[in-house]
Structures are given as structure tokens and as C-alpha cells.
Design a protein around this ligand. Sequence first.
Ligand code: NDP
Length: 448
Amino acid sequence: MFESSYLNKVYNELLIKSKNEPEFLQAVEEFLKSIDLIIQDHPDIEKYSIVERIVEPERIIMFRVPWVDDNNEIKVNRGFRVQFNSAIGPYKGGIRFDKSVTLSIMKFLGFEQMFKNSLTGLPMGGGKGGSDFSPTGKSDHEIMRFCQSFMSELYRHIGADLDVPAGDFGVGAREIGYLFGYYKKLKNEFTGAFTGKGLSFGGSLVRREATGYGVCYFAEEILKNIKNDSLKGKRVIVTGSGNVGTYTAMKAVELGAKVIAMSDISGYIYDENGVDVNYVRDIKEKQKKNLDSYLMYQPSCKFVPDYKSVWTIKADIIFPCATQNELGIEEAKKIVANGTMMVCEGANMPTTIEATDYLMDHNILFAPGKAANAGGVATSGLEMSQNSMRFSWTAAEVDSKLHSIMENIFETCYNTAKKVGKEGNLVVGANIAGFLKIYEAMVAEGVI
Ligand code: NDP
């Protein structure tokens, strides 16, 4: 599978050890395909068994999360925290609450997070956590009781200098408030052990918007540097209407693009005149409804109750911001046939390996999530700095730091890809640049 016999050996062993972890194996395979290009020039990678060590999390914590629902029935979920790698800083990565959560998904997310965090240039290691609990349809009290039970185990394993979780799928401002509140009570101290906090208790301005804004800043860099172009006037599709999707859509519109379609789990809305992205945010954040309710606001818009068919719409740029593997080979074929210019990932690993290869083989500009969506964790890093300094930057200050971090990430990925003879291949650039820093630290820190 790889040119390097060393990588083949390590990957074949992993295939056996992790045979029930398809998402994790997919993330590792994509990463190793890039590392294959530099392995001969870096003999220390094999000498110090770096690949064997980097694909093995430093620690996995799995725990029972019992809680009582509003009918006084006892429910039990499974909690996870995967502390993947701390070579360059404390573990850092979000918490996901969704019924689809498995160890494989936690490991793939923690693995990707390690390289993403390295790319930001900030001192953060990689981790991820979550539970197979879905907040959808639960009352506020049920969610609070669940969060408190989850934290009654997790608090032992996290801390401002040890492991700093944040939100992800299903974990927004409400859940973070409950999680952080209970952490503070159990530890009896107020420290920045969580990011994405509310503004009244240590959160950073622009953190909520940061992932989506960063996705657009990254897309702008690609268009400017590779095509001498911009988002202005582009027709855009955004999949997913959660935190990442909503703020990607809002920034895209601010930068002059027209968002013609957005999706959620209930289906997609389509309007050639442009979707009112502020109203979509209102539906999702305030009304907590599905996208079909957009029709009441804008009856001329089209609603299709099948999110999978959103890929048939012609657009210049697509931002997949929903979930892993939402864009497979069939979707990629439609995107190519529609003459799309760029796919810029907002979600983590939304594109399968086969689809990624197909898009790039057909000269579609492709931005991998681990680079394009790094603005969220970068701003979490800025929140950690503000918490340590007991100081708050203004929204303009945070946004400007976020913007330059995204410019730097693009430059790093682009230059790294060029250096290994793959100019324009940002997947290769992101994987190699993210890896090299961690690899150097792992060699320097010895066999631990
Ligand atoms: P949210 O829970 O806020 O939103 C997810 C959205 O995707 C919801 O609108 C959901 O629909 C929709 N959705 C889920 N599955 C599908 C699907 N198959 N097709 C279309 N829509 C779908 O999550 P986030 O926005 O926080 O996260 C989205 C992705 O971005 C994840 O991969 C996450 O790991 C990644 N990410 C998030 C970061 C963050 O800061 N939040 C940072 C970096 C990456 P519905 O509303 O109907 O439930």
C-alpha cells in the first residue's frame, strides 16, 4: 500500500489491532500516504519507532455515565477521553455528544486533532472525548444531570496544564456551561480547564464563530494564492447548519459569496437568490428547529427532505461542515460533473479517501479539514492564553489573530507540499507540516 516497507509493517499491524475501528484506520491511512513521501529523508522516524508510537494514544479513559431522566428512569451511557499525544503541549480537543460516538470515532478525531493543533503553531497536544449520549430531545435538566455525571469522572483527568476539552458536535454553550460548572465545583478551583466557555466566565470573544470564520479565511488564502481569485461572487453550498456550518455561511456572505444551499439532518434548503444565513442561525441557535421551518420565513425557497441530494446542486465552492464521510465517491463524481472549483472541509474528515483522490485528480482545489477548520482550536488556544493572563482581548484583536493564524497555516501547508514536490496538494502539506513538529519533539523527549 505504501512505498515504505516500514510504513506497510506498522499499518498491517494496526489493521489487526484496530480491526473494529474503521474511522481511525481511515485517518491513519490518509496520514501515512503523506508521510510515505518523506520517510526516506528522515531515517530517525523508523529508528525511534515514531510511527508505532504516534498511532497509539498515550492514554484512553472509558467510563460509565449513569444519569436519571425526567421520568426517574436510570440511563447509562459510555464516556470517553482519548489523550492522544502531548509531545508539544497539554492535550487539547473537543467533546462530542452524539449517539454515533464510538471508540473508533474518538480515536480518529484525537489523531487528526494532534496534527491540526500542531499546525496552529500554538503549544497544544491532541485529544478528543465524548459520549454516545444525544442531547436532541432531552430537557435542560436531563442534559445538566448527564453533564454532571460525565464530569464526575472526567474531572480527574483534565486541567489547565494537563488536558483542556472544548465543544464539538452536540456540545455547545449550554453543555460547556454545565460541564465547566461541575468541574469547578469538584476541583474547588476556577482555572481555564475548558474552552468555548461563556463570556461571563472566562470565554473568549469570537470563539463561537472561530471555526467557520477560519474556514473562510483559509478558503480566501487558497483562492488568492493559487487562483488569484476570491470568494466574491461565488455560489456556495454549506452542508450542516450547526456551529461550523452557520458561521462559515455567515463569513462567506460577508466576504461577498452567495450561499445558495444549506443542509441539516432533516434535508436542505435551496434558493438561487441566496439563503438568509442570519435567519438560519436564528432557526438553529434560538428556535432549535429543523431547516424546513425556513419555508415559513421564505416560501419561495425550495426545501428537499433528503440531505444527501444537496450534492446535485451546481455551485462554485462547497463547504462540507456536517460530519465524517458525508462526501463519498458518488458525491465527488457529481461535484466534478458540476464544474465545482473548490471543496473546503469545515467538518473533520467529511471526505472519504477515495473521494479526496478523485476530486484532486480532477483538479478541484481541496482544503483538508485539519488545516481549514483549525481556527476553532486556535481560538481556543487564544482563550487559554487570556485565561492564564486573566485578561480579555477585544473581538477585533481575536479576529485579527485568528486571521493571521489561518494565513500562516495556509502558507505552511503550501510551502511544505511544494518542498516535497506536490505543489498545491494541501492534504500532503498539512499532514507533513503537522507531523514534523511533533516528530521532532518526540525524538527530543526520549522514549516515553
Ligand atoms: P453541530 O452539532 O453544531 O452541527 C452539526 C450540523 O450538522 C447540524 O446542523 C446537523 O443537523 C448537521 N448534520 C449532521 N449530520 C449531517 C449529515 N449527514 N448531512 C447534513 N447535515 C448533517 O456540530 P459542529 O458544527 O460543531 O461540528 C460539525 C463538524 O465540524 C464536526 O465534524 C466537528 O468535529 C467539526 N469541527 C467542529 C469544531 C467546532 O469548533 N465546533 C471545530 C473543528 C471541527 P441537525 O441540526 O439537524 O442536527
